[in-house]
Write a protein that binds this ligand. Sequence first.
Ligand SMILES: *Cc1c(COP(=O)(O)O)cnc(C)c1O
Length: 370
Amino acid sequence: MNHVLEPATSISLVRQEVLGLPAYDPGADPDEVARVSGTGRVIKLSNNESPFGVSPAVAEAMRLRLADGFSRYPDPTGKRLAETIGRTLAVPAGHVVLGNGSENILELLCQAVLDPGDLVTTQAPGFSLHEIFPRMMGARVEKVPVTAGFGFDAGAWRDALAAGPKLVFLANPCNPTGAILTAGELERVVAGTPESALLVLDEAYCEFARPDPEYPDGLAVLRGQDRPWIVLRTFSKAYGLAGIRVGFGVASDAGLVHALNRVRTPYNVNQPAQDAAIAALGDHTHLADTVRRTRLELARITDRLRGAGFRVAPSSANFVFVDTDHGSDWVAKELHRAGIIVKAWREPGYETFIRASLSTPKRTTSSSGA
Ligand SMILES: *Cc1c(COP(=O)(O)O)cnc(C)c1O
């Protein structure tokens, strides 16, 4: 995705905002790394995917769907999934919006809400799509740095929110650090965000953080707030369904869901994805097992890295953010020779950091895709 837009004859058609967009970095191509590694296998730790597979209930739902065939369009409203989510989280199904991954909902929010010149506030280091989608719409993005210890900078956030953003993107746990905002910190963000602004809480990794007593339930904090908000969740991480593309948002009100439904493509979530998500939500054992095993690995890897003298951010997610003391691109390339793919960080101030997904103690499976 790093190629320059060509040929020149087409470039004149492309909007200025698009020409200036940074490309999303999905990490190195596993097929390419398999070729250069010489080990004949690839260990992909670049996309925070689950090494623990899917629930057997998902496998069964996929078998049934296959028997039924693929000739029909999916349910455009995803009502069975929205109702299941509503029941599971005790929210009205009409406040649920479904996405082709939660990334899709980030995109829809920007399309529905942002005018050129609007201000968007998010955190640095952060998730690149929290910047790319706003810029696609011609919005300005202000990134609030974390503290030296990877924590929430209350003063910097207070000032940034006072500047009057229209949209606030905040991930909890944060990607790439894995650090969490406490209930108190989240409440300060909520209190400081202008009531005219939309507060987006991206909880892609919430399942892993939930056992932490300090980690707040974003829905519990935002429910009852008389202001626009949306909490985003995904089936890509703890549920092990990254390849099937399904995520959802729970919004403050049905009006926001209606607006997102207007801008989305009508069949944005395919039927196998809807079926898989419903089945996944019903299997608490598989989720609990994935979280338990991930947290054991988090403790083990963090100890090992710190013991070896590396600075590691305090993660509550399924990845670690590590200062290697060397250029991140160089480190990533060296690891390719061992067949290991990590994500080299490139944000200013973090060019010596890599983000590595947690896996199993001995993972030798090769995989492909983004
Ligand atoms: C992985 C991730 C997502 C969403 O992934 P989808 O696969 O599109 O659901 C969203 N936000 C953050 C911060 C992520 O790391």
